[in-house]
Ligand binder design. Structure first.
Ligand SMILES: Nc1ncnc2c1ncn2[C@@H]1O[C@H](COP(=O)(O)OP(=O)(O)OP(=O)(O)O)[C@@H](O)[C@H]1O
Ligand SMILES: [Mg+2]
Length: 310
């Protein structure tokens, strides 16, 4: 991380903290479980009337409540990006690689706590959103597994386009205290896949991400899901991904084959030196290349524990 970037990042964090950021709700993680939970939202910067307009922040929260209360949206997914959405072809383009990735994550989960995964990369257009969307899909292809996909890229949100749904209300409205989780989460036609879009554009995304509410949200909803996959902006130009990583169990870094410069990829790695790096996804490799052969022989096919292949 450059000194300038580091200084900017620090300044952002300090500013967010001085404006009521990083407010940690007391023992929320102990208070929340799937059967019943009561929680109190952290203070945020908005008017008291906005807070009182969101009464269910303190309501009990179960999966049935979520099912009954979140928006049922009509998604029109982009079939080029959502590889698993309507596919009857189990051997379609890229699907096996995502099953392999799923397998690896389950293997890692045997060794460490791993549910909230941040998908990031150093630069724009390396495939973060593509990987996040397909990872969430492949997770719910397994019977009974639930995944929540969050568009944490408040600067260049794309997942709502990939899913073919509205971008708002979503994360930014939640972080601003304008909606509760039921207002932010939507579900579509794919069983057990839930989605929080980015929400409307805001002027200071990093401050919003650091205001304490995201941590509160994740603590509150975490028990309801097997996986929470968060898409992010690129890590090198802006600090949001580093802030998001603070709330995650692990980070997946996407590297675009023949595109990401080595020193830039290393820079992204340094950004997350304090977070568990759970893997690097080499995206966009030439299917016929010798590297593809290496990739397959190195990692094999997913028959490992925890991976009921679908
Ligand atoms: N492996 C892939 N195969 C086919 N298309 C891909 C692949 N990876 C990415 N793409 C496509 O490349 C484009 C850029 O990918 P994506 O939006 O996922 O990148 P990103 O890293 O999220 O970009 P940004 O930093 O702007 O958010 C998209 O149109 C996406 O569908
Ligand atoms: Mg993206």
């Amino acid at each position: 991380m450059s000194r300038i970037h580091e200084a900017l990042k620090k300044a952002e964090e300090q500013r967010a903290a001085s404006q009521g950021g990083n407010i940690e709700p007391a023992s929320i993680s102990e208070m929340v479980n799937e059967s019943a939970a009561t929680a109190v939202a952290p203070a945020v910067e908005h008017t008291p009337s906005a807070v009182s307009a969101v009464p269910s922040f303190s309501s009990p929260f179960t999966f049935d409540t979520l099912l009954a209360s979140c928006a049922q949206a009509r998604w029109s997914p982009d079939s080029k990006t959502m590889l698993f959405f309507n596919s009857d072809d189990e051997q379609g383009y890229g699907m096996e690689e995502f099953r392999t990735l799923r397998s690896r994550l389950y293997q890692m989960r045997e060794k460490q706590s791993l549910k909230k995964v941040l998908v990031t990369s150093s630069l724009p257009k390396e495939g973060k959103s593509f990987v996040a969307a397909n990872l969430a899909q492949v997770m719910v292809r397994q019977q009974g597994r639930r995944a929540l996909l969050i568009d944490g890229d408040l600067r260049g949100p794309r997942l709502h386009q990939v899913l073919g749904t509205a971008s708002s209300p979503g994360l930014s409205e939640y972080l601003l205290g304008e909606v509760d989780e039921f207002g932010a989460i939507q579900r579509g036609p794919m069983d057990n896949l839930f989605f929080i879009p980015s929400g409307r554009t805001v002027s200071s995304p990093a401050e919003l991400v650091a205001n304490g509410r995201l941590k509160f949200l994740l603590n509150r909803i975490e028990p309801l899901f097997d996986w929470i996959i968060i898409d992010s902006p690129p890590a090198v130009p802006v600090s949001d991904a580093g802030l998001l990583a603070n709330y995650c169990d692990g980070v997946l870094i996407v590297v675009r084959s023949n595109a990401t410069p080595f020193d830039i990829a290393r820079k992204a790695r340094q950004e997350f030196r304090d977070t568990s790096l759970v893997g690097v996804v080499l995206n966009g490799i030439d299917v016929g290349s010798s590297y593809t052969q290496y990739y397959y022989s190195s990692y094999g096919h997913p028959n490992s524990q925890g991976d009921g292949r679908r």
